[in-house]
Ligand binder design. Structure first.
Ligand SMILES: [Zn+2]
Length: 230
């Protein structure tokens, strides 16, 4: 009987990864309600300057815990939940924007192997599904292994991330729908996103901005830089 249950639970995956109670659409109703409280009223608040930022929620409380669970407790399915949330917010905010290619901020291959997945990739794939935008995971690559960024100053982060990314010429030669929208889980100082943007721009590509699940309230201690290095 036990075996039978285990076998079924593989397919049903009906437990909320945040509280272990029965979930409906990945997370349960209670956790959903908690997470929705962290959602920003205006996701386009930072959609300006050199690298416009579109963001779903504030990096705090239940959202902060959920992102940590996704990354460190091996819950990639939360990435799909986040991708759906971010995608539907985007669709409401930009209903007519169709000519974009969505790309995740890549993770160094060794890091990705260690974690088992790149959360930005899962979020971006789901985001593209919800919005109907084109998804391209192989364009931007990350050949340089960088050290953990959270202990570094902004200047040190910039130095560490210099030339961390490269472009895959094969993907460019196949033609891309532009501009490009970057996707990441957390946006903090923007060092990683800016370095990725500059790599794309140097390759002659246009970047319209970055969409992220969470950003800390300005003036707070920044959290570890997303797939940027921890
Ligand atoms: Zn729950």
């Amino acid at each position: 009987m036990k075996l039978f249950q285990d076998f079924f639970s593989l397919f049903l995956q009906d437990k909320c990864p945040l509280c272990d109670r029965p979930g409906e659409h990945i997370v349960c109703r209670d956790c959903d309600r908690q997470l929705q409280k962290t959602k920003l009223i205006n996701p386009k608040r930072h959609w300006q300057n050199d690298l416009p930022l579109f963001v779903w929620g504030q990096y705090d409380g239940s959202l902060k815990r959920a992102i940590a669970t996704m990354k460190y407790d091996n819950c990639p399915q939360l990435g799909r939940w986040f991708g759906t949330q971010l995608g539907s917010q985007w669709r409401k905010s930009f209903p007519n924007q169709q000519k974009l290619t969505v790309i995740p901020i890549p993770m160094h291959p060794a890091k990705q192997q260690q974690r088992g997945f790149n959360q930005a990739e899962i979020i971006a794939r789901q985001f593209a599904q919800v919005t109907g935008l084109r998804y391209e995971a192989q364009l931007l690559q990350r050949p340089k292994a960088t050290q953990a960024l959270f202990e570094l100053t902004v200047a040190q982060r910039q130095r560490e991330l210099q030339r961390a990314f490269s472009l895959n010429p094969k993907v460019i030669s196949q033609g891309l729908r532009q501009p490009i929208l970057l996707i990441d889980d957390i946006y903090t100082t923007g060092t990683t996103a800016t370095e990725a943007q500059q790599t794309l721009v140097r390759g002659g590509l246009e970047v319209c901005g970055i969409a992220a699940i969470a950003t800390p309230k300005t003036g707070k201690t920044p959290p570890p830089e997303s797939s940027g290095g921890i």
